[in-house]
Design a binder for this molecule. Sequence first.
Ligand code: UGA
Length: 429
Amino acid sequence: MRVCVVGAGHVGLVTAAVFADLGNDVVCLDIDQDKIAALQDGQVPIFEPGLSEMVLRNQGAGRLTLTSSYPEAVPGAEVVFLAVDTPTGSDGRADLTNLRAATAELAQHLSDEALVVVKSTVPVGSGSIVRTILEENCRPERAFEVASCPEFLREGSAVADCLRPDRVVIGCSDPETVAPLVRLYAPLERPLLFMDVNSAELVKYAANSFLAMRISFVNSIADLCEEMDADIGQVIKGISADTRIGGHYLSPGLGYGGSCFPKDTAALASFSAEAGCPFTIIEAVMEVNRQRIPRFIGRLHNVLGDLKGREIAVLGLSFKPDTEDVRESRSLELVQALLAEGARVRAYDPVAVPAARRVVRDVRYCSNAYEAADGADALVIATEWNEFKLLDLERMGDLLRQRIIFDGRNTYSPSEMKDLGFQYVSVGR
Ligand code: UGA
């Protein structure tokens, strides 16, 4: 099948690569010509396990084409995915400028009977906006359909998630109108859930906000554990054994970050208030998340006192492991808070140093964890990359000026750290 994907970001590029890999003829379009030139040259600008190989393989086989040209990408496509970004506007609402522009542009080149599928995370009612823009810009004889198919892939496991989604949510007026989309997804053999477009759009916000709520909930319990001399690890063990609760998204830490949870919780809060239905739970979820770094800095104060002039080594800069993405990274927020207090920061991340350097300059970026620790007053673990789980702690202890570790991700066992002579401060323990 001929498929067009508009937007070569995380969602768009992965979607394009996966559908090409399934044997379709896919054209992926992005208006960022530098990005397209790099991709045409075989450079995949996203760190995502398995993606580079998949993009190159399918480009080589002629099934995946990258372009910035709508006349090249859209005509002939049976399914056109809209996967452009929908950033947070100044009022917390999703900014649909890019979605509107892409829709108006593609409308001029749409084939007869094309299915336009919105993959971007968009507020309820956006499907109707897309339909109206298409109606205004398409030639009248074009018979198009608009559907919603929100994407649930996670950064760092995007290819695997896209190949094996728990479910595929399809918002449409009638399942018969989305037959090409059903054919596209059929080889994955995953459950397809049909519903109306508004419900499908809301599913994405409800799912991300629910997961964010679990994180803020467990972080609040962790705070309570610190005050009441309880152990969050034991409490999680106790609650997650209840099959109604389960254990996902219950890791305590510095809070959630990334380009999705902060944006989607803010958008849900904003459009629910506008609908006259203020979502007070989500306001609290966001407030708990905002307090994570100030609270953690407070714990550094408890041990180190004034941070002015202190040398702090920070391990991990990306918003979570296995990605170079530093958008809304709690770790970068921590680094900025340390700098604001007059501390000197050296930092290391396996892949995110170049991205972090673009955001925060006054940091000594190091090429490994030991270099960062050498002569520092304390070490902070901010992102739980696997390589930090197996650090040579004896060596670390010898390099640090004092054996002090603040662990924002509960990487080590407190008793083992005590045996090694560390003053070890972790979350909720
Ligand atoms: C999230 C959702 O998980 C995806 O289903 C969704 O498709 C995506 O947003 C999106 O809307 O595009 P992602 O932002 O890649 O995916 O990241 P997650 O792995 O879900 O983690 C989000 C944040 O929560 C990270 O900062 C992570 O460190 C934090 N987290 C996660 C916790 O603090 N504790 C946990 O137990 C789990």
